[in-house]
Design a protein around this ligand. Structure first.
Ligand code: PMP
Length: 443
């Protein structure tokens, strides 16, 4: 019996009891290898002592002080660290409690920026199909996951969607990578011209798509072209790094690998590494100065923003990533994991694509490798794989997203950065066993 209103009302979940490194243990003593960090959250595994100590220290010194009255040392130090790690002009950090709040805040910041500079006709967003930006109404409106949006239409914001950068499905046979990148990025320019540049505030995208595509990086040159188009039409670029940021792809911010700088970037999940609930918007001087020199305050706010305990945990998390050189580890272990997955799984008839960056890896399941036809929605592949993997002691993050109007199935892997070679082998072996078992129901 449970009084918790779980996301799936009729699913009986095992009750989790403890964690140790990359493993979780339920009350019955069953051990699970955390192959997805929950949902790309537990970057340091489940017993990072520096983070636990920082939390205890902060609780003993000061558990909470409302930001209407005070700033606090932990949030100041964390903001300095996050901006030191970001290129200029990303010099300002707005703290919230999670990913949706971060996206929601970034959307409102974009709007207030244009109000402050007198460009009040800019009220609309452009985002991408097959994307996920959170479950609050604004974030849901910019997201392009139809299954999540459907029950809540009409959504609040005025949003237009263009294609994602999805080479596996859309790059033409004789088209170069760069030509494809430009073709798909140019949809942004076409949409801006169609709606009118005077009406568009911002373009919103995940540098590596997570929850709707199982880790899908953009092709080379895509984001450079996007940045050029945004600049040409005075449209802000909001990059959502809630899932792919904070070292997950091998650089601290995922956008660093694209040789561009966004106007606003959102982070969450890995920022508190699961030890605390925290998110943030990192904003450029341009946005901050317009608001500071205009109204003088951002017309927004949440009770728990810049929470001292959450900030202390995030500070210890980021310091651990930097001091223990975990970005390098992510690159090396990520390359190993992709290679091991390709060797173990590529031959299976329903493995369409294995892709990703760093320890953020997506596996796309298909009914037919040649035609790339998605597995049918009836296969319930995401649910079946998840359950069988759990039975086999592995947490992976299967999901479905809409591919050309049909449900497609993906598996997201995002293990803790501290995963060893031996544990990578265990992950791959358990996943292979689980997929083979699950696929019996698809053929
Ligand atoms: N943006 C992205 C890219 C995400 O992956 C998520 C969560 N999966 C969110 C926003 C929303 O974050 P939260 O669940 O913390 O509200």
């Amino acid at each position: 019996m449970t009084n918790v209103f779980h996301r799936h009302c009729h699913t009986k979940l095992p009750c989790i009891a403890s964690g140790e490194g990359v493993y979780l243990y339920d009350q019955a003593g069953k051990k699970y290898l955390d192959g997805c960090g929950g949902a790309a959250v537990s970057n340091l595994g489940h017993n990072a002592s520096a983070v636990k100590k920082a939390i205890i220290n902060q609780v003993e010194t000061l558990p909470f002080a409302h930001t209407a009255f005070f700033t606090n040392e932990s949030s100041e130090a964390l903001a300095t660290l996050l901006t030191d790690l970001a290129p200029d002009p990303l010099n300002h950090v707005y703290f919230v409690s999670g990913g949706s709040e971060a996206v929601e805040s970034a959307l409102k910041m974009a709007r207030q920026y244009f109000v402050e500079i007198g460009e009040t006709s800019k009220t609309q967003f452009i985002a991408r199909r097959q994307s996920y930006h959170g479950n609050t109404l604004g974030a849901l409106a910019v997201g392009g996951n139809e299954w999540r949006r459907e029950k809540f239409r009409p959504l609040l914001a005025d949003v237009h969607h263009i294609s994602p950068c999805y080479a596996y499905r859309d790059q033409l046979e004789h088209e170069s990578e760069l030509a494809y990148s430009h073709r798909v990025a140019d949809q942004l320019e076409a949409k801006i011209l169609e709606v009118g540049a005077d009406n568009i505030m911002a373009f919103v995208a995940e540098p590596v798509v997570g929850a709707t595509a199982g880790a899908l990086p953009a092709t080379r040159g895509y984001f450079k072209r996007i940045r050029e188009i945004c600049d040409k039409y005075n449209v802000l670029l909001i990059l959502d790094e809630v899932m792919c940021g904070i070292g997950r792809t091998g650089s601290f911010y995922a956008f660093e690998q694209e040789q561009i700088v966004p106007d606003l970037v959102t982070v969450a999940k890995g920022l508190g590494a699961g030890y605390q609930a925290i998110g943030a918007v990192v904003a450029s001087d341009k946005i901050y100065n317009a608001i500071a020199d205009g109204s003088g305050f951002f017309q927004h706010g949440h009770t728990f923003m810049a929470h001292p305990v959450a900030c202390a945990a995030a500070l210890a998390t980021v310091n651990t990533i930097i001091n223990e050189k975990l970005l390098e580890t992510v690159v090396v272990q990520g390359q190993k994991l992709q290679a091991k997955l390709k060797e173990a799984l590529s031959w299976l008839p329903y493995i369409g694509d294995i892709r990703g960056k760093g320890l953020f890896i997506g596996i796309e399941l298909v009914a037919d490798k040649v035609t790339k036809t998605p597995l049918s929605a009836d296969s319930q592949a995401n649910k079946v794989v998840k359950q069988i993997a759990m039975n086999n002691g592995l947490m992976c993050y299967p999901m479905s997203g809409t591919i050309n109007g049909r449900d497609g199935h993906h598996i997201l892997l995002a293990p803790p950065f501290i995963i060893t070679d031996e544990q990578l082998d265990e992950l791959v072996s358990k996943l292979k066993t689980s997929l083979i078992e699950a696929a019996k129901g698809w053929s």
